[in-house]
Unconditional design. Structure first.
Length: 295
């Protein structure tokens, strides 16, 4: 199964162009869609999930026209939105059983399917508890269980690890990795580590435009030898931003360490740094902003 997106556009009535000529090829496996908040990721996810229409362009999943044959898409789609509501008193088993009915799973198979999914996401021992009482990580695992109903070929998860503690995040990573071995899983996130840990292919999107599409390793190779770092005082950040192309910074022991982009040794106490995916992310966005400012 392969998802092919060509020249997808969407402009909202307020004039915001959420998708700008988006073209992507998404194979089976984990695919990261990386971008800041407001980049257009959720618009793209909602369009692929048949929840809203694009203005123009095409999207095909195998031989299914995603934009025109929405019923066919929904039969093979699993979707975990950024936020989802639950009935306050219904148990995990009851909720999943209800959703299985809506998904069209025959009555003779539902109990077996629901039990198997609850075991797969490690919620079997909590199946009688109300989903509303679950922790953030448990609720997200329940969200994956409902997304897996009906043996989907495409699974979309939108900002799934926001608010999870490190332990819950790791459990969620492991679950997504297992699922992504056999189906297309699109992971929409602004968290670079999510993509770094999980995805063999990715796209970076900002202001509705695709700034990079390909393997994370290739993006890192493009940056090799061009990233430099230096520890500076907090009061110096603005000065260095004016003098150099600062692409990222982080605090270490309370002191900023900045990364800059330069094809040559900038001197001034900088040392060559190994490029990380966060550097790729901010460099691509910086390049796009510079091009827009100059154009």
């Amino acid at each position: 199964m392969h998802l092919t997106i060509r020249h997808l556009n969407k402009t909202y009535p307020n004039g915001v162009r959420a998708l700008n000529d988006v073209t992507l090829d998404i194979p089976t496996g984990m695919y990261g869609l990386l971008g800041p908040n407001g980049a257009g990721k959720s618009t793209l996810m909602r369009t692929l999930a048949t929840l809203q229409d694009a203005d123009s362009g095409t999207a095909t999943l195998g031989d299914i026209d995603v934009l025109k044959d929405k019923d066919a898409v929904r039969r093979v789609l699993g979707y975990l939105p950024q936020e989802f509501g639950v009935y306050p008193r219904i148990s995990a088993f009851g909720m999943l059983d209800h959703l299985a009915v809506l998904k069209g799973i025959p009555s003779g198979q539902r109990k077996e399917v629901v039990n198997a999914l609850l075991q797969r996401v490690n919620l079997w021992n909590h199946r009688k508890k109300a989903v509303a009482s679950y922790s953030g990580g448990m609720r997200q695992r329940f969200g994956i269980a409902q997304a897996l109903l009906g043996d989907p070929k495409l699974i979309i998860v939108d900002e799934p690890t926001a608010g999870l503690d490190p332990g819950e995040r790791n459990r969620f990573y492991n679950l997504l990795s297992e699922i992504g071995e056999n189906v297309i899983v699109i992971l929409s996130t602004h968290i670079v580590d999510d993509v770094k840990e999980l995805c063999s292919n990715m796209a970076i999107i900002d202001n509705g435009q695709v700034l990079y599409a390909g393997a994370p390793e290739l993006a890192l190779q493009e940056m090799a030898g061009n990233v430099w770092e230096k520890a500076i005082a907090k009061a110096e950040i603005e000065e260095y931003q004016q003098r150099y192309r600062v692409i990222s910074s982080k605090l270490v022991a309370g002191k900023p360490i900045i990364h800059i982009l330069s094809p040559e040794d900038p001197g001034d106490g900088f040392r060559r740094a190994e490029a990380g995916l966060e550097d790729v992310f901010f460099a691509k966005i910086s390049n796009a902003e510079r091009a827009e400012a100059q154009g």
